[in-house]
Design a protein around this ligand. Structure first.
Ligand code: DGI
Length: 152
């Protein structure tokens, strides 16, 4: 059984600078989710504004744009059954103050503006965000060897 539900995940500059990339990617791999694409990049101003366009009118928007551009990020496409809600639950609440221990933000973050990771909040956002960061040719199609042990 191959599941092609996709989500977009980004380890933000704080996660990269703090050396958390391996730990975070391992959580997705160990859960049984498939990394279908991954790259490190510096986000342009144009891309940052498109990424956060839903927040354009908010007072924290300029900080959001400048923070996401403050260092390299790691962008990923992650696949699996019900992957959008599953990854959101692994990421935890937006404000780390409210993120449960065991979630990525609950284990690694303290402040809202340094919450380590972004993950799409709906399949529609995932589609939009994946297309902002990846060409279709950059997304790999392959089978994990443990799929028969992950899916019934
Ligand atoms: O999808 P999330 O990252 O959990 O949350 P979101 O899409 O609502 O917001 C995007 C980012 O914007 C979030 O990770 C942190 C920041 N943010 C959201 N709401 C606030 C905020 N930053 C500040 N300073 N104040 C807010 O109310």
């Amino acid at each position: 059984m191959v599941f092609t539900d996709r989500t977009f995940v980004m380890i933000k500059p704080d996660g990269v600078q703090r050396g958390l990339v391996g730990d975070i990617v391992a959580r997705f791999e160990h859960r049984g989710l498939k990394i279908a694409a991954m790259k490190m990049l510096l986000v342009s101003e144009d891309l940052a504004k498109k990424h956060y366009e839903e927040h354009a009118a908010k007072p924290f928007f300029p900080n959001l744009v400048s923070f996401i551009r403050s260092g390299p990020v790691v962008a990923m496409v992650v696949e699996g059954k019900d992957v959008v809600p599953m990854v959101r639950s692994m990421v935890g609440a937006t404000n780390p103050k409210n993120s449960n221990p065991g979630t990525i933000r609950g284990d690694f973050a303290v402040d809202m503006g340094r919450n380590v990771i972004h993950a799409s909040d709906s399949p529609e956002s995932a589609k939009r965000e994946i297309s902002l960061y990846f060409n279709t040719s950059e997304i790999a199609t392959y089978k994990r060897i443990d799929e028969q042990w992950l899916y019934e």
